[in-house]
Design a protein around this ligand. Structure first.
Ligand code: NAG
Ligand code: NAG
Ligand code: NAG
Ligand code: NAG
Ligand code: NAG
Length: 413
């Protein structure tokens, strides 16, 4: 009876507002059997609108304030209890924690993702395909990575609460800054001492459950030369030559680093090289930035291999022991790094896959015995950092249903 009257009034409103029923559905509070007390919540179900609003706001790492404030406002107006955790107060950078029910640290489920994006910004676009009225593409920076996950998680949770399938007290949301540049947001979030039984991380996995991802190690090589006229090279030492020698040895090392059946080969990317000032000057400074994606073994092992290889390669520059390795090249690891990360993927009816990118998973300290971690999100990583980042409406809608399944699995239903 209750449901019938709710449907009737919904039909009436849809008629009045015609095409805009999706937005109006947002404002409509469906009556539900009073199993859980949801009376303080005014939940939105407007997936496309929520995704559009998030993606329209530029939030390149370091500049997350605007989208953060918007999300705080949206969740607050929906009745969530929302808190900011500042990661960098001066820059206005904060993580967002939100509880639809009572605030507690040991929730059953934590939904999390990140609100920063890589550069540059591309504006949001919704391209309607006239032949396929309910399927169109959503593009723009962050449309996949990871605002599709943020929007789909929130709508999935709202759906489950509106239909009284879960209690608002069982779940919390955590949206962090800084994922794209090393995870300062998630590392700061450890100080919140959240102790969820299950954490669901949102990153593009093509609608599959990730069973693991490669490890990561970053380093910078800084070669130190001695400037001189290029006509008299014996008076100087070329930092460029030192660097090229070291990099060449690393390229050969890359092929011999450990591999595994699950993750394939360890790869080493020389991402950026800078050095020298002019053709007729022996270069004094040169450097290179390198990322290693670890398929097997520990970062400590890889660090040792890299150091040994470089020290061996640059021996000719040490002038028979008059110079030390440090005089010629500095090897600086940008963080401790981490080995491959295994991820739970035991939800029935999902395909699983491994991914080659890093996530915030290793940055979140596991806080409870047997804590489960899932990684799932709509869209493909293959377009995520590109100038054609996009996904279809169908993929985004599919993710809502999938998140609902994962959440229900996590609460034992
Ligand atoms: C539900 O919670 C509201 C306050 O949020 C309270 O006023 C109301 O009495 C509660 N209803 C029931 C049935 O517990
Ligand atoms: C998106 O933003 C518009 C403009 O501020 C607002 O009217 C609409 O309610 C928002 N929708 C959602 C789902 O956030
Ligand atoms: C999280 O783990 C890291 C590395 O083990 C540790 O340095 C840090 O203190 C931990 N943070 C908290 C809040 O426990
Ligand atoms: C590399 O060298 C350039 C030019 O000297 C400098 O601007 C840059 O900061 C250096 N990069 C790193 C990672 O040290
Ligand atoms: C929707 O669009 C996507 C991408 O353009 C496509 O892969 C998918 O098959 C389309 N779905 C339907 C039902 O047409």
């Amino acid at each position: 009876m209750r449901i019938a009257s709710a449907l009737l009034s919904f039909a009436a409103i849809s008629q009045t507002f015609g095409q805009n029923h999706e937005q109006d559905q947002a404002a409509l509070q469906l009556e539900t059997p009073n199993k859980h007390n949801n009376s303080h919540l005014k939940l939105t179900h407007d997936l496309i609108g929520l995704h559009a609003n998030l993606t329209s706001l530029e939030s390149i790492t370091g500049n997350e304030e605007g989208v953060g404030e918007w999300l705080v406002g949206s969740l607050t107006s929906q009745g969530y209890h929302v808190e900011k955790q500042y990661v960098d107060q001066k820059a206005g950078r904060f993580n967002i924690v939100a509880w639809p029910g009572k605030k507690q640290l040991d929730v059953q489920v934590l939904l999390t993702s990140h609100i920063d994006t890589v550069p540059p910004f591309y504006p949001y676009k919704h391209s309607k395909d006239p032949a396929e009225s309910d399927n169109s593409t959503l593009s723009g920076r962050g449309s996949v990575d990871a605002k599709a996950s943020v929007a789909a998680q929130i709508i999935a949770l709202n759906n489950l609460m509106s239909s009284s399938k879960i209690s608002p007290d069982s779940i919390a949301l955590l949206y962090v800054v800084g994922e794209e540049t090393g995870g300062d947001g998630m590392r700061a979030a450890n100080a919140l001492h959240l102790k969820p039984r299950t954490i669901i991380f949102g990153e593009p996995t093509e609608g599959k459950l990730a069973s693991g991802h490669k490890g990561n190690l970053g380093l910078v090589l800084t070669a130190k030369g001695k400037a001189a006229h290029s006509g008299y090279p014996w008076l100087g030492r070329s930092a460029n030559e030192v660097l090229v020698t070291a990099l060449s040895a690393l390229m050969s090392l890359g092929e011999t680093l450990p591999s595994s059946e699950k993750y394939g080969v360890t790869t080493l990317n020389i991402g950026k090289i800078q050095g020298g000032v002019a053709a007729n000057v022996i270069s004094q400074d040169a450097n290179a930035t390198i990322a290693v994606r670890i398929a097997s073994g520990t970062p400590a092992f890889i660090r040792d291999e890299i150091t040994k290889t470089i020290h061996h390669a640059i021996r000719p520059f040490l002038q028979d022991g008059k110079l030390t390795h440090q005089d010629v090249i500095e090897i600086s690891f940008t963080s401790a790094g981490y080995g491959p990360v295994a991820i739970d993927h035991d939800v029935p009816d999902f395909e699983s896959m491994t991914v080659n990118y890093g996530t915030d998973i290793p940055n979140f300290n596991q806080t409870a015995e047997g804590q489960k971690r899932y990684l799932y999100g709509p869209g493909s990583i293959l377009v995520a950092h590109s100038d054609h980042e996009m996904l279809s409406e169908e993929e985004l809608r599919g993710a809502v249903g999938d998140y609902e399944k994962i959440i229900l699995h996590a609460v034992g239903k």
